[in-house]
Ligand binder design. Sequence first.
Ligand code: KG4
Ligand code: ZN
Length: 338
Amino acid sequence: MPPIFPTILAIESSCDDTAVAVVQNGRTVLASVIASQTAVHQPYGGVIPELAARQHLAVINPLVETCLTQANLTLPQVDAIAATVGPGLIGSLLVGASVAKTLSFIANKPFLAVHHLYAHVASNYLESDLEPPFLCLLVSGGHTQLIHVKSYTEMSIIGETLDDAVGEAYDKVARMMGLGYPGGPVLDALAQHGGGNPQAIALPQAKTKHPWDFSFSGLKTAVVRQWEAQTGSLETIPKQLQADFAASFQHTASNTLLKKTIACAEALGIKTISVAGGVSANSALRAGVLALQDLGYTIHIPKMGYCMDNAAMVGACAYFNPLAIDNLGLDVFSRIQG
Ligand code: KG4
Ligand code: ZN
């Protein structure tokens, strides 16, 4: 049985959000703070890795202090210090992991390394009673996977995207439609509130050789082609047309995710389903997954604050499933995966 660390100070800096949290027993969030870099990257329409790393460096130390103050704790009172070590942007990861490792030396507490995707899976343990086994639909900017979570530490990926991740497809479609960055939330808001018709644009649902795999590049290309065909000769794009595209894309993307998840859960005989990753904030996906409760499934979706990158999920993951590199001393940096 590995040692248990009840109170964990956790850091997440794998992409463009600097986040720090204190989590108790893997489930209770004492504090969770996030410094968003959206304003820094917005002018470029996407994340610039070098700017992301510099911005993490600029904000991380005061953010650790703010978090400990909010948790009403001092550094010596935490039992371990955790950080995401990959996958992610290498420069960004280095900042969070260096700070965590340094704090662990200063306070003489163990350093716990966390895998970013396992952390998203663990976001469903926060403020909930979820226990394995369950099926997790992991949907983020870089990944789309169906994961069979057999225990807190044993997981198998049983389906995944063969090309684009669903979040990536959202971001690219939003960009093409001129909706800006970050694309997913803006496209979702337009689909939800824009008054668009989800049936207005006929879009394909990709068929994959393996039924639980996903493919979103065909959907993305179909949207781009139809958008070009329908708006190419227009000087201004009618609001209704834009809303129709948003609603149709959202409908097709969320339906594909739901259909495959149900088919997979049925085939495996699993009655507990969770959703994790940034796209779990999506309104259509949340509504669709919650409706599965009527079919007898137990559903777990993270609170909105724990869907996108955050450090509370890193604290949960460090408690239940840290990577076994805490005793490697300084060598942790050679293990960071870009
Ligand atoms: O998990 P996350 O914060 O970072 C990664 O690990 O990738 O996920 C970010 C992704 C982005 O692609 C973003 O556009 C998408 O999640 N996303 C959404 C929504 N909120 C965030 N996609 C669709 N609807 C949303 N409401
Ligand atoms: Zn993420």
